[in-house]
Write a protein that binds this ligand. Structure first.
Ligand code: ATP
Length: 973
């Protein structure tokens, strides 16, 4: 979601009395870094050496050096700070008096940082551990006490060593990068930010960090920390109190707990080799910190070198920026460390001069802003109206009425246009479905004469004629089916409503995140739609349905143009409707209407989507402009692979018999008996086709089945284009598949997927060599049997696919979407085939121990397994993000996970998709995964995310229906 960040001085906010009360203790005007000194007691060794303490805290703000050593007489002996804590002070007191107020600023949207600075073994870590513990406990307490506000706490931790940043929550030691984000400022790229569930979870994370840091430390130096550690807690909270115009805003702030490396390293650069490098790096961060503090203490004039080190870059805000900062400087009482202690006190004195500029970070959502603007608009309109009524006779009132009338008229037109657009869409989808799902139920083209009257529902609707009525007085008429409007959700301008609790939460964000992509996808869909339209309009004479439709449409178009209305421009329709508010002026509306006119023309002229412009990698379906065909585009690399195999196995009839395919499917199945239904005289043409420069273009023209060579321009595309007659498209999906199976039949052992009573895929259609026609009746009979056998075949395909998913470590998201989308619809055939083919390809490749290129990634068996595990971790995080604590607990119960177990979320995601024999389990897993990734509708799922690259927006659109059924029929909680 696009968030607009606004920063306001915290003192100017008047909403939350409690917060302001807390904060008003320290002025927001000339606030400075809060500096305190903490002196640790002498340790056992120092006591054993009879060392004495030369420092004394004479009051709560002053520390003095009391030695009377002669050479020290010139240096200052008393230092004043905001607070001074002597050896007897407990960390709790240090926290209460030196850090609490600053740490808690985060709950009111103010960034804060607490630093520990000092030489090695002066007590930095000792102090910071305590401070972090007390501060987080107080933050949790605050959250508990403010139930009216919603809080989200996030935790991250990093370590800077030798100018390399390491994520302490990750086992991966690859250094992280610092980036400048225009929205968020300086960010550490890929830093894991874990959502906190409760205090125990926080404790877990803190101990992970400690362990990680210790691992690093042990390998570095046994007695001192050489790295800087930053533990960061992000506090996000919604505040109704800070409401603007009735909508809530979000406060977001970070509190950093910074345990710096020993400050003595800043002056110890005498070592050599690695030590020198290490020393200089540590120096770089600490020296830069010193320089930054020194410069800031003198005012903000001139360049402040924040960017000179990772530490100062990351903590830029905390050093004199938009944050409240506490600096706890620790010193050792030992005489041996007196120089270091003095240096620390000098640094502290400098830090004390630094002014800061803490602000409340209010993040206002677009929604909130829109509401605010709408309210303002309403207010202005109200004023205008009242002005109008008070001077009803005046010019203003007349003008206003005129405008209102115009707007009303425009609204009507928009409604009308929307309706027409929906109808057009419905019709296209209806045609796709009617051809796609049930060839048997399709009306026989032969029975429809050229002169058959076709009733256009648009005309009917315009004349208020009911369809049934129409068919009564026109008995021979073919009535175009208008599919259920739900199917047209792609054109639905309202936000889809789904079941609770989850989908709506992520909805806006997801849709925004995928906005561009979705728009692209929608454009694709519309291109396809347009192409379909164009294709329909070019139907041959024999196709009475389309011809009639075309005629009617032409008439309608003419009429509409005359009437001043037009078919809306599909390409931008959704966007426009979603922003209907922006057409609030008559000029804008006129402009829109004008655009719609132009669109009509474009629609009329539009031909088809350019094949090359469609999905470049995946397998996509588009309609050809030149023939009534569908192009199936298969990635060339897959083709090459298949080609090689084909070369090994020439496609002669002999070879077919020798192939496993023919043995398994021809001999074992009653294929021979069915040969009457297949074009026996047609020979496979694959070898011939392969010679066409790795480019294949097969076409069946109308009533003929023939192979045509690719056109010159198509040849240049290194992909396979399979053109299949629109009219035979769905029932002949097997033909398409046969073709694909033909190219790579060795990849799918047919015996594993083929039912005995189903004609073998590879042999079911032999595409004619010289335009041999297939007996239409026989083909229909065959198609019908295919149709009848499909459910069985589907089950078998699905079982095999699920089995291969497990073997190939296919991502759970992919499995889930596939499982939910393909439920046995006859038109799923092609997708199942392709999936199966992909999986066999993967399995074979893995078995050979070679890697495979999937999209842009090289995948091996082990890397796929790792990716799968990472995916589970990701899903576990999503679980924590997307579900409330109570929902999660219900889920744990439901999935039989012990409530006290650590890392329950991960355990749950590890259980997903484990029982591949139980359909219910897989279904529940799928629904949960879908919810976790937040894609409530297939069309909002970025296809590359789960590898369904062969799913076009159009097919996703068609699937939306079954998707919704699935999602709503399974209540998760
Ligand atoms: N205020 C204190 N009271 C009692 N013991 C302390 C106090 N401060 C530090 N210590 C002890 O002193 C030792 C060193 O402390 P600590 O590790 O916190 O130092 P440090 O400044 O973080 O050192 P380094 O920079 O090497 O990490 C530890 O054993 C710690 O328990």
């Amino acid at each position: 979601m696009t968030m607009r960040r606004r920063e306001e001085r915290w003192s100017s906010l008047g909403g939350d009395e409690l917060m302001l009360g807390d904060l008003q203790g320290s002025s927001g005007q000339d606030e400075r870094i809060f500096v305190s000194i903490r002196m640790r007691p002498l340790n056992e060794k120092e006591i054993a050496r009879n060392e004495v303490c030369d420092w004394e805290c004479i009051n709560s703000t002053t520390i003095i050096f009391k030695s009377n050593m002669p050479d020290r007489s010139m240096v200052p002996s008393a230092y004043n700070f905001d607070k001074v804590f002597g050896t007897e002070c407990h960390t709790k007191q240090v926290y209460e008096e030196g850090a609490k107020e600053i740490a808690l600023a985060a709950v009111s949207g103010i960034n804060s940082s607490i630093f520990a600075y000092g030489q090695t073994s002066s007590g930095k870590t000792y102090t910071m551990c305590g401070i972090t513990g007390y501060a987080t406990a107080d933050i949790y307490e605050y959250v508990d006490q403010h139930e009216e506000r919603e809080f989200v706490l996030k935790f991250s931790a990093m370590e800077i060593y030798n100018e390399a940043i390491r994520d302490l929550l990750s086992t991966d030691s690859t250094p992280l990068r610092v980036l400048d984000d225009p929205e968020k400022g300086t960010v550490v790229d890929k830093l894991i930010e874990e959502t906190l569930i409760d205090r125990n979870h926080l404790q877990e994370l803190l101990s992970i960090c400690e362990a990680q840091r210790q691992v690093g430390e042990t390998s570095l130096n046994e007695c001192s920390s050489r790295s800087h550690q930053i533990i960061r807690l992000t506090v996000e909270s919604s505040v109704r109190e800070y409401t603007r115009g009735g909508s809530s805003s979000t406060l977001t702030a970070q509190v950093n707990f910074v345990d710096l490396a020993g400050s003595e390293r800043a002056s110890q650069t005498l070592s050599a080799g690695t030590r020198l490098k290490e020393g200089s790096h540590i120096n770089r961060s600490l020296l830069t910190l010193g320089t930054v503090i020194r410069k800031l203490s003198k005012g903000r004039n001139g360049h402040i070198p924040y960017r000179d080190s990772k530490l100062t870059r990351i903590l830029h805000n905390s050093l004199g920026g938009n944050a409240r900062t506490a600096m706890i400087c620790t010193i050792s009482p030992s005489r041996n460390h007196v120089e270091q202690s003095r240096n620390t006190l000098l640094f502290a004195s400098c830090a004390k001069q630094v002014t800061i500029n803490a602000q409340v970070n209010v993040v206002m959502s677009e929604k909130a802003l829109v509401k605010q603007l709408q309210k303002e608009l309403g207010r202005l309109e109200g004023r205008l109206k009242s002005m109008g009524s008070s001077s009803a006779k005046g010019e203003t009132a007349a003008l206003l009425r005129e405008k209102e009338l115009l707007i009303e008229q425009m609204e009507k037109e928009i409604k009308e246009l929307t309706w027409q657009r929906d109808l057009a869409q419905s019709r296209v989808e209806g045609l796709i479905r009617s051809t796609g799902e049930d060839r048997i139920s399709r009306f026989d083209e032969n029975s429809v004469s050229e002169s058959s009257e076709v009733i256009n529902p648009i005309i009917l609707a315009k004349n208020n004629i009911d369809f049934e009525e129409a068919s009564l007085f026109t008995p021979t008429a073919q009535i175009l089916q208008i599919p259920d409007l739900e199917d047209n959700f792609l054109l639905d301008d309202s936000t889809p409503k789904f079941f609770e609790p989850d989908p709506c939460q992520g909805w806006e964000m997801i849709s925004q995140r995928n906005n561009e992509e979705t728009e692209d996808m929608c454009k694709d869909v519309r291109c396809i739609e347009k192409t379909e339209e164009a294709s329909m309009n070019r139907k041959t004479e024999g196709d009475a349905l389309s011809l009639g439709c075309e005629e009617q449409e032409e008439k309608l178009a003419a009429k509409e143009v005359c009437n001043g209305s037009a078919v809306p421009r599909m390409q931008e329709e959704d966007k426009e409707l979603n922003h209907v508010d922006s057409y609030n002026s008559s000029d804008a509306l006129k402009q829109k209407i004008q655009e719609l006119y132009e669109t009509i023309n474009r629609l009329e002229q539009s031909v088809s989507i350019d094949a090359a412009a469609s999905s470049s990698k995946g397998l996509t379906w588009t309609r050809s402009k030149s023939r009534r065909t569908i192009h199936m585009t298969i990635p060339s690399e897959v083709w090459y692979e298949k080609e090689q195999e084909n070369e090994k196995t020439p496609h002669t009839e002999d070879s077919i018999e020798k192939t496993p395919l023919s043995e398994d499917s021809i001999e074992k199945t009653p294929h021979a008996e069915e040969s009457i239904e297949k074009p026996l005289d047609i020979e496979p043409k694959l070898p011939e086709l392969e010679q066409v420069d790795k480019t294949m273009n097969m076409s069946r023209k109308d009533s003929h089945n023939s192979i045509s060579s690719a056109s010159t321009e198509e040849e240049s595309i290194k992909e396979i284009d399979v053109d299949i007659d629109v009219d035979i498209y769905v029932n002949d999906t097997t033909s398409v598949l046969d073709f694909v199976a033909g190219v790579s039949k060795s990849q799918i052992p047919q015996s594993e997927v083929e039912d005995n009573d189903v004609p073998a895929l590879g042999a079911s259609t032999r595409i004619g060599e010289s335009g041999n026609s297939i007996d239409a009746g026989a083909e229909r009979g065959y198609g019908a049997r295919q149709h009848l056998n499909w459910p069985k075949k589907f089950q078998k395909y699905r079982r095999k696919i699920i089995d291969l998913w497990t073997k190939c470590n296919v991502p759970l998201v992919h499995r889930s979407y596939f499982f939910l989308l393909f439920k046995g619809d006859p038109s799923d055939n092609v997708y199942m085939e392709v999936e199966l083919r992909r999986l066999y390809f993967l399995k074979d490749t893995f078995a050979r121990g070679t890697n495979v290129m999937i999209d842009t990634q090289i995948v091996s068996q082990s890397s796929s397994l790792k990716a799968l595990n990472r995916e589970k971790e990701f899903l576990a995080k999503q679980l924590q993000k997307k579900f409330t604590r109570r929902e999660r607990e219900e889920l744990y119960l439901r999935w039989g996970i012990d409530l006290d177990t650590k890392q329950r979320s991960l355990q749950l995601t590890r259980r997903l998709w484990t029982d591949t024999t139980d359909l219910k389990h897989m279904r529940e897993s799928s629904v949960l995964v879908a919810k976790l990734v937040g894609f409530v509708e297939p069309r909002y799922a970025p296809k590359e995310m789960f590898g369904l690259s062969f799913l076009t927006p159009s097919s996703l659109s068609q699937k939306s229906h079954s998707w919704r059924d699935n999602m709503s029929s399974l209540s998760l909680l």
